[in-house]
Design a protein around this ligand. Structure first.
Ligand SMILES: [Mg+2]
Length: 181
């Protein structure tokens, strides 16, 4: 009788073990983790790059969506590796410039969002009515350059963040073929 009970118990345990996944799947978390790994890889070495390119007028440019902020994953929250780079640039005395495809009417809301997330932007340039994303962003960098800033690092995540020049080096985070804005 005891033997039979033990056998039944072992069988029950075996069945339970076989039916319990080793680690429960969590697609949202794993895609976020993969994104964070890719972001860190894209920004690898940025601190020493900024050290080497520090100058009186040095500035960094940040895109907002899915660059400074985790728009796709946690709207309004800072993207930690970018915030870390921003803080490092600021520590060196560099100017922090925001260049975004968001339109002019979103200026105050965007600045408030960035400040609430921990950023200290010195200035922001937004897209004008009917301007394409790449044209608007290039215009913004041109205006900042003409105002005396030397854009040493341009951090964004879409091809449109990098067309048209007016920066020394691109740090391109992933957009997964346009899936991330
Ligand atoms: Mg973006």
């Amino acid at each position: 009788m005891l033997k039979r009970t033990l056998w039944t118990l072992s069988l029950a345990l075996l069945v339970t073990a076989a039916c319990t996944p080793v680690s429960p799947p969590d697609e949202e978390r794993s895609s976020y983790d993969a994104w964070q790994d890719d972001v860190k890889a894209a920004l690898k070495g940025i601190d020493s790059y900024l050290d080497e390119h520090d100058s009186e007028n040095a500035a960094i440019v940040l895109d907002i969506d899915n660059t400074a902020l985790e728009t796709e994953y946690h709207p309004g929250k800072a993207n930690p590796p970018v915030l870390k780079a921003e803080k490092y640039a600021r520590k060196l005395g560099m100017t922090v410039l925001i260049v975004t495809a968001r339109k002019e009417h979103a200026k105050e809301k965007s600045l408030a969002e960035l400040r609430a997330a921990g950023y200290s932007p010195d200035d922001i340039c937004l897209r004008e009515f009917e301007e394409s994303k790449s044209k608007g962003k290039a215009r913004c960098r041109k205006e900042f350059t003409e105002a005396g800033h030397e854009i040493t690092a341009n951090i964004g995540n879409r091809d449109t963040d990098f067309k048209g020049g007016y920066y020394d080096r691109a740090f391109q985070l992933p957009d997964y073929d346009g899936q991330l804005s």
